[in-house]
Design a protein around this ligand. Structure first.
Ligand code: 5GP
Length: 122
C-alpha cells in the first residue's frame, strides 16, 4: 500500500490542520488526541511517511527509530505519567483497526487503562 500524503496526520505535520503539540524532535512529532480516551492521550508519530510499524521497522533509519523510541519516553515524562504508569497502543492495518494510515503510538495515562484485550467472542 502506498503512503497517502493527504492523510490527516500528514496534514498535521505540514501545519495544514491545527493540533496541540506536546513535543517535536528531529524525526518525531507528538500531539494530543482530538478525542482523548484518558486524561492523558498523546499521539506520537514519526515525521517520515510510514504507515505501519512494519514499514517503520524495515524502512526507517536507525536515527529515526532511536528518536521515535526516545520521544515516546520523553512524552511520558513531560505528561507526568512515568511514575503512575501508562499504556502504549499501536494499531496496524485492518485487524488492528488502524484508522489513520500514518504510524502512530497512543500514549494513554492519568487513569487506569483497564485490563488487556479479552478473547474475542465466537
Ligand atoms: P487509530 O484508530 O488509527 O489507532 O487512531 C487514530 C486516532 O487519531 C484516534 O484516537 C482519533 O481520535 C485521532 N484523530 C483523528 N483525527 C484527528 C485529528 O484531526 N486531530 C487529532 N489531534 N487527533 C485525531
Amino acid at each position: 500500500m502506498a503512503y497517502d500524503h493527504q492523510n490527516i496526520f500528514a496534514k498535521i505535520l505540514r501545519g495544514e490542520i491545527p493540533c496541540t503539540k506536546v513535543l517535536e524532535t528531529a524525526h518525531t512529532f507528538a500531539f494530543r488526541d482530538i478525542n482523548p480516551a484518558r486524561p492523558v492521550h498523546v499521539l506520537v508519530i514519526p515525521k517520515g511517511p510510514y504507515i505501519t510499524w512494519t514499514d517503520f521497522a524495515t524502512l526507517a533509519s536507525p536515527a529515526e527509530q532511536t528518536d521515535f523510541v526516545r520521544a515516546i519516553g520523553e512524552v511520558a515524562r513531560l505528561e507526568g505519567v512515568t511514575e503512575t504508569g501508562f499504556r502504549l497502543i499501536n494499531n496496524n492495518g485492518e485487524d488492528g483497526h488502524q484508522e489513520v494510515p500514518h504510524l502512530h503510538v497512543h500514549l494513554v495515562g492519568g487513569a487506569s487503562a483497564g485490563p488487556m484485550l479479552r478473547r474475542a467472542e465466537g
